[in-house]
Design a binder for this molecule. Sequence first.
Ligand code: DER
Length: 235
Amino acid sequence: RLVEESKRLAAHQAVKDHLIPEYTRIGIGSGSTVVYVVEAIAALGPGVTAKMAFYPTGAQSEELIEAASLNLQYINKLPAGEQLDVAFDGADEVDDDLNLIKGGGACLWQEKIVAASAKKFVCVADFRKLSPRLGTNWKKGIPIEVLPMAAPRVLHELKQMGSHNPRIRPGLPGKAGAIVTDNGMWIIDAPFSPLLLPRDGESGIQAGNGENGVWTVDALADRLIKIPGVAEIGL
Ligand code: DER
């Protein structure tokens, strides 16, 4: 109960502080926390939201936007060179420098595209997600989205980089085989010792070569570690 309340508080505070009524383009992440972000936005009423367009980061995000009767728009329709005003999203772990682990919900590729398209990225995370160093709380490994045919080679590269027992994320009950993302990809979860994880832009671990085009390595590749923006943290 406390967790849900913390999520709701963080989400409503984040919207109150960072959704400026003049904004017209808003990114909406995926997961369970962002449900409360959409709840807070919808509560502003059509007087505020009618002129806003909301950009999803996957199927669940799209459903949230539609269910709240908010205007749905897609990031591929964003004119080249233009940005979203703000993007809200959750995270699996947040450290003191706003480094994030993303991908627990297997939506990280589109999330990254939308977050990177926004002038401001607001991460909404309840108290469980706070961590002195990435990898100390989130033990499931760094999520990496890969083209299925590249998975064997990526697994090998990750072992070479020091990941112990990287594995393809299995499907949920009722789905034989691997989880398939909204983009038709697989997810590899790669556990690393926290000491191996870079902080604030260190590139302690180079993203694998050769598979860059098919990798979305959240919270690992040095270009990503520091997502500029503000983290609204659960109380
Ligand atoms: O997949 C992701 O990165 C999501 O943002 C997710 O991991 C956050 O999930 P939660 O809000 O349900 O904790």
